[in-house]
Design a protein around this ligand. Sequence first.
Ligand code: KMH
Ligand code: ZN
Length: 274
Amino acid sequence: MAKTLITVAPTGAEVDKADWPQLPTTLAELVTEAKACEAAGATMIHVHIRDDEHRPTLDPIRLRDTVQALRSETGLIVQLSTGGSVHDPLEVRLAVLDAGPDSCSLTCGTVNFGDDVFLNPWPFMVRLYERAREAQVVPEFELFDLGQVHALARLLRDCGLPWGGKVHVDFVLGVPGGMPATVPALVAGVQALPAEVTSWSATGIGRGHLPIMAAALALGGHLRVGMEDNLFFAAGRAVEGNAELVARAAELAEQLQRPPMTGTEARALLGLAT
Ligand code: KMH
Ligand code: ZN
């Protein structure tokens, strides 16, 4: 049985530090959290950063410092979010690549995002895709809706394969405006994936977290967990930190005889130099 890539998304752009003090928002907190998550079984980190007031930012110096700190303090694959927050301009989101991550997120279409709109027009997707390839950054295609699976097929058909030659996608299910966090929705997404896709992971927002995790493992997929997506460990019990979410994912993966991958295995899966 294939092993499991576990990605941790520890912070996101939507959760408020004032409400969730355990959210890692400073660089020191992020590095500490990243180390704990790596020890618990994560091999990739999906990073959003915050400013001194704990607000989302795409400040280029902070991004570069964050990549460097995570590289020197952990062996994790560093994936920067190019989604940022719903308020970030497209040009600023493109410039995230200048921070030199291993990987970047690339969302395959515009989607309603609660009361807001997460904007990903087609020309922006193409520019981000081509710029990532030039910068030798491996994209992870974020799929919030079924139409985005078809947009990914169009992108690959029109623009060719990404840097590294592998195509890894991540289903994000349960955002209000996107696909629901249900097993039938995940199955529909997996069945619609273009042939170029070499691996996929999934995350369920909020209470969809556990069913989507179990279904992804059963279907041969990989996992994303973390406070960007889920703030409760169980009904009525707030998450203490990201590492316990990673530890539970690793334990379930072990139980299903799909143990967590090593960093070297994850790099090979994603087409990154080892
Ligand atoms: N914060 C969301 C608007 C990504 O990281 O690329 C977008 C997001 C996706 O989280
Ligand atoms: Zn994100």
